[in-house]
Design a protein. Sequence first.
Length: 206
Amino acid sequence: MIRRSATLALAGATLVLMAACGGPAEGSGSSANVTASGSSSGSSVAHPSAAESATPAQPVAGNAPSDAAKMICGDETKTNLTSSLALPGPPESADSWADKLYTCTYTLPAGKLVLSVKESDDPTSARAYFDALQLKLGSTESIDGLANLGLPAYKTADGNVVFTKDNMTLQVDASALTETVGPHSVSRTELSFEIATAILGCWREH
């Protein structure tokens, strides 16, 4: 488990992003920040509940990703990364859209960070993609309790975090980064978790 101070630093960055997306500025219904392992760090930051996260499925266009998917390469996510990793400026990014998979690759001092959103036709298809990706990744661990925001989610030890919501599957892949990142030396998986939950907080508001 990463040090408590590192968890709190990333939680603060997540709080800033959620506020920018119109998310709650103060926790409601929970008094603890939950890390990727599901443990409490004692912070007052709260993530959206399953009921709060219930939003209609995003429309899937054949020639362009949805606005929700494009958030992974948007200003909010870049601000979150800049703050969390104490970067001198927004990181460079490159995006692509193919087979209803929107991908954003960030070039960071610690390596490449890849975020992606698969837009399936419906929630059933999204769950099938989510399950197939889990098999492809190999050894995974479920993210349970408050940490999963009431959504199906899992992680890998090398930095992958995956959530599925409605017809969309969000993957944050930090496996190409160094084992620890940023000024607080947080783990790759913890960084992925914080980025993923911040994006999900934005999805809740749109």
